[in-house]
Design a protein around this ligand. Structure first.
Ligand code: DP6
Length: 352
């Protein structure tokens, strides 16, 4: 019998209001808001092989053409956790073939694009089995992606995305993300550019999942969650009004809050590098010198995301090229706000 198969290309995303801290099972302690990137993507093919028994699925993952044991381990745990409630998974074994078009350790959330792609593939297979309708397709994909990696819930949509229940956004949920209505977003934020400065390509010393865990007994957790809620409310209206200075302020505050949480946890850790701080200083200088619309954010790592509208691209990129020449920074990836994932094989093979 032919396997069911689905292939998706899914981009990564960068959060402006950060998800940092969980409650329950893969639920966020606060709402987060991100935009989806255009260039940095994961492409995944999921094949589902039916078997006559009922048991936890066998899972094998091939990354860049080679069997990958650590990735297989994480994916297998994911499928086994899902199989506790999604009974259909117990009648299938799975093969995942996946590749990223950006370097590992580039400070681009690879779990966001990886589990985004996997959630979309799983939702496609559910659709082929008649278990998900097309109306709820992306919501379902976001739900499935979230169970693999929280930030992945946001990657299944293009543009601006919110994840986490908040009074300030209708229909928002902890269980899946929602796209913000593009019609309501000021043009300034629909052309946002993100130049990612690769200060270090080493793997992180502390994973995001471990970092989230450290928020459990964190002395500042309550304050942090309150601030993330306040920033979410403000950001939604800033995106509508097109207020660059307020946007820049929230970006920087959230980036530094995230790293402050790491530095002030019971087992403190520091992911920033001297080069990260050097670039932050340069951005401040350029902004003042030329009155540029420019700001930055950070993910859970040392690499800096420089944000600016496309009207500033020529000036900002010139500064970046000059700065690269006098720094030990590895390189830059120029990305921007994107359209969201793409199906690469639209039809899943109907099971006979
Ligand atoms: C700093 O989504 O990687 O990127 O749910 O444990 O997989 P898990 O964590 P993950 O956390 C990412 C946190 C962040 C901020 C963000 O993307 O909101």
């Amino acid at each position: 019998m032919s396997p069911l198969s689905s292939t998706w290309q899914c981009p990564s995303n960068i959060a402006i209001v950060k998800y940092w801290g969980k409650k329950g099972f893969q639920l966020p302690a606060n709402p987060s808001v991100s935009f989806t990137l255009q260039e940095c993507t994961t492409t995944t093919t999921l094949q589902a092989f039916q078997h006559p028994g009922r048991r936890n699925p066998e899972v094998q993952l091939y990354f860049d053409g080679e069997y990958n044991e650590p990735f297989t381990h994480r994916a297998r745990n994911y499928f086994h956790e899902l199989a506790a409630t999604l009974k259909w998974l117990k009648s299938y074994d799975f093969e995942i073939t996946t590749t990223n078009n950006f370097p590992h350790g580039a400070g681009i959330a690879s779990s966001a694009s990886a589990y985004g792609a996997l959630g979309l593939c799983l939702a496609s297979i559910e659709q082929a089995l008649g278990l998900t309708d097309s109306e709820n397709f992306l919501q379902r994909a976001s739900f499935l992606a979230r169970l693999g990696s929280g930030s992945a819930s946001r990657s299944v949509y293009g543009g601006w995305v919110i994840w986490g229940k908040t009074l300030f956004q209708d229909k928002s949920s902890d269980k899946y993300a929602l796209p913000l209505d593009t019609q309501q977003i000021h043009p300034l934020f629909l052309t946002l550019q993100d130049s990612i400065i690769i200060v270090s390509d080493q793997s992180k010393s502390v994973s995001s999942t471990v970092g989230h865990g450290m928020m459990q007994n964190h002395p500042y957790a309550k304050l942090r969650y309150a601030r993330a809620n306040e920033h979410t409310q403000k950001l939604i209206s800033i995106l509508q009004q097109g207020d660059w200075e307020s946007f820049a302020h929230i970006c920087q505050t959230e980036a530094l809050d995230l790293h402050a949480m790491m530095m002030t946890s019971e087992n403190p850790f520091l992911l920033l590098k001297p080069q990260t701080l050097q670039w932050i200083e340069w951005i401040k200088e350029w902004k003042i010198q030329e009155n540029l619309k420019i700001t930055y954010t950070l993910d859970a790592g040392p690499n800096l995301h420089i944000l600016y509208p496309d009207t500033e691209s020529i000036k900002v990129r010139k500064h970046i090229e000059n700065a690269l020449e006098r720094s030990e920074t590895l390189k830059v990836i120029h990305d921007r706000i994107g359209q969201g994932p793409m199906p690469l094989t639209s039809q899943t093979l109907k099971n006979g």
